[in-house]
Structures are given as structure tokens and as C-alpha cells.
Design a protein around this ligand. Structure first.
Ligand code: AMP
Length: 193
């Protein structure tokens, strides 16, 4: 696929923890010539480096709560502001209405708008199964069973309402996230403009 370097493109990958956002985000970003920004990865890097943000975020992440909007928005803004044009695939952001509004303002300032919000849909028991596997493979400190359930609730309460927000704007595409990585990738490609 050709890389359209001159045109703004902003794709959001949404879905509950364990839906496969990280894997699909990496492939999609590569295929579409987009920079992948994963707020979870960025935060884990801050924690590993022991930065001020990392020290503020660690306990919150381990508890499965959301890091406060102002910290997340500042972190994303620092990455987006220098991009000309904005060509980005956002993985795990926005997660709250406040973050969604901030993103809209940021993009408007850069003369860009949202291309698509893709929501991966995966059954709950499959999410728990996948996250349990990831806990063994990656040793993430927030992938234990009680935190997994808690994060799924946080997603339902705080992030799922955003799907309506994007649906009302005509940018939401719900994609079946069950099945093989290749199948899901093809489905996502199929809904993107
Ligand atoms: P993830 O890797 O996307 O599952 O994120 C791991 C953890 O990082 C989450 O459980 C939150 O504690 C935090 N986090 C990541 N992205 C955000 C965000 N957009 N807003 C608030 N907290 C976030």
C-alpha cells in the first residue's frame, strides 16, 4: 500500500483490554504509513525510565484505574503538535469524553480531523482468556485476574460511552475482533476509507 505522506490521517483503535488493539495497531500503522501512538506503551516506558510521569502513573496503572486526563492529554499533545501533517494511529486513546474532546480540539488546531474510530468487539470470556495468556508471556503487572476484571469494568463505564460519541459523528466502525489476527486485520482494512 502506498504511503500518502502529504495527507492527514487519524485512526483510533478502540476496544476493551485484550481485544487485540496493540497487535492490530502495529500492523495497521505499518500498512498505512502512520505513526503508532499507544498511550499504554508510552506510560509503561515512563514507568520503566522512572520519570516524574512514570512515578505518578505506576500505582494507578497497577490498580487498573485510568491515569488523569490532564497527564494523558499533555503526553499525546507533545507527540501530535510537531507532526506535519498529522498521520497517526492512536491505540488506547481517547479513553474518556474529556480526552475525546481534547483530541478534537488538538486536531482542529492542526487543520486535521478524525478519519475513523475502529472499535474491536470481543466476547468477555475470550478477553479474560487472552489477558491471562498475556500475563504469563509478558509479565505485565496489571494482567492479574482481579485487575483484568476491574479494567474491563473501567472500560465499560468510562470508555464504552465514547463509541456513541463517534457513532453520532459518523466515524465509528465496529469490527468483529474474534478469530485469527489476519482475519481481524482484513476486516479492519475493509472498513477504513
Ligand atoms: P493499555 O496498555 O492501553 O491497556 O493501558 C494500560 C494502562 O495504562 C491502563 O489500564 C491505564 O491505567 C493507563 N492508560 C493507558 N492509556 C490511557 C488513557 N488514554 N487514559 C488513561 N489511562 C490510560
Amino acid at each position: 500500500m502506498s504511503v500518502e505522506a502529504g495527507r492527514a490521517e487519524v485512526v483510533l483503535l478502540m476496544g476493551p483490554p485484550g481485544a487485540g488493539k496493540g497487535t492490530q495497531a502495529a500492523r495497521l500503522a505499518e500498512a498505512r504509513g502512520l505513526r503508532k501512538l499507544s498511550t499504554g506503551d508510552m506510560l509503561r516506558s515512563h514507568v520503566a525510565r522512572g520519570t516524574e510521569l512514570g512515578r505518578a502513573a505506576k500505582g494507578i496503572m497497577d490498580a487498573g484505574e485510568l491515569v488523569p486526563d490532564d497527564l494523558i492529554i499533555a503526553m499525546v499533545e507533545a507527540e501530535l503538535a510537531p507532526m506535519r501533517p498529522v498521520r497517526v494511529l492512536l491505540d488506547g486513546f481517547p479513553r474518556t469524553p474529556g480526552q475525546a474532546e481534547a483530541l478534537e480540539t488538538l486536531l482542529a488546531r492542526e487543520g486535521a480531523s478524525l478519519t475513523a474510530a475502529v472499535a474491536l468487539e470481543v466476547a468477555d470470556d475470550e478477553l479474560v482468556r487472552r489477558l491471562g495468556g498475556r500475563a504469563v508471556e509478558e509479565g505485565r503487572s496489571d494482567d492479574n485476574e482481579s485487575t483484568i476484571r476491574y479494567r474491563m469494568n473501567v472500560y465499560r463505564k468510562q470508555t464504552q460511552p465514547l463509541l456513541d460519541y463517534y457513532d453520532q459523528r459518523g466515524t465509528l466502525h465496529c469490527v468483529d475482533g474474534m478469530g485469527s489476527m489476519d482475519d481481524v486485520f482484513e476486516r479492519i482494512n475493509g472498513v477504513l476509507p
